[in-house]
Design a protein around this ligand. Structure first.
Ligand SMILES: [Zn+2]
Length: 208
């Protein structure tokens, strides 16, 4: 995983989306710009989101893109419903006439038996995906905390180095100034000696 605000969390792409179409996954905690659960991390595509969150789905029965038609419990319930339908129909014409269930179409009858199992499937799938998102979010949150701490330490270290460099530069400048002052002092001294010497040898006005 790429713990960076510059790259896709899953594939590392630097191309951030602006208009992800999440309509097929209305429960996904995914914004149009790929932001996941408000974190600095983002996904470049629905596939990258599904691939990553999917790793945290505990029960593979409820993976992304699994439908009720893949579900063994649903298939078994449909079989049971057909068996029941057969039983009802084998009751003969008289019972058929008075059988409320058989005023429904075959598919309506099956639906009345398995509809709630289908609804249940999507409810559980939605919960499983949400729990997977929460778990991923917790991992990412810890990673970001760690990264921020590291960044802070790195910033602190850089600051210390910078202060050190400034101090060294100031010290260098101070020494150069001292050297310059010393040079100037010597020059002044030499000039004074020279002037005194000249003064001594200058012809004095001569009073008669
Ligand atoms: Zn990606």
């Amino acid at each position: 995983m790429f713990i960076s605000s510059e790259r896709c969390l899953a594939c590392g792409s630097r191309r951030r989306p602006t208009d992800l179409d999440t309509s097929a996954y209305p429960d996904a905690n995914l914004a149009a710009d790929g932001t996941f659960m408000g974190l600095p991390s983002w996904f470049c595509s629905i596939d990258c989101y599904k691939k990553t969150v999917g790793k945290y789905i505990k029960d593979r029965r409820y993976d992304f893109d699994k439908t009720h038609l893949d579900d063994e419990a649903y298939k078994a319930a449909v079989e049971d419903a057909y068996a029941e339908l057969m039983t009802e129909m084998s009751g003969g014409l008289l019972s058929t006439l008075f059988n409320k269930k058989l005023r429904m179409s075959e598919s309506e009858f099956i639906q009345s038996k398995v509809g709630h199992i289908k609804d249940q499937f999507y409810k559980i799938q939605s919960t499983e995906i949400f729990l997977a998102e929460v778990e991923l979010n917790e991992h990412l949150y810890a990673e970001w905390q760690h990264k921020l701490k590291e960044d802070e330490e790195e910033r602190e270290e850089r600051k210390e180095k910078l202060v050190e460099r400034i101090e060294k530069a100031e010290e260098k400048q101070r020494l150069a100034q001292e050297k310059e002052d010393e040079k100037q002092r010597k020059l002044d001294e030499e000039r004074e000696v020279k002037e005194a010497e000249e003064e001594r040898w200058r012809a004095k006005p001569f009073k008669l």
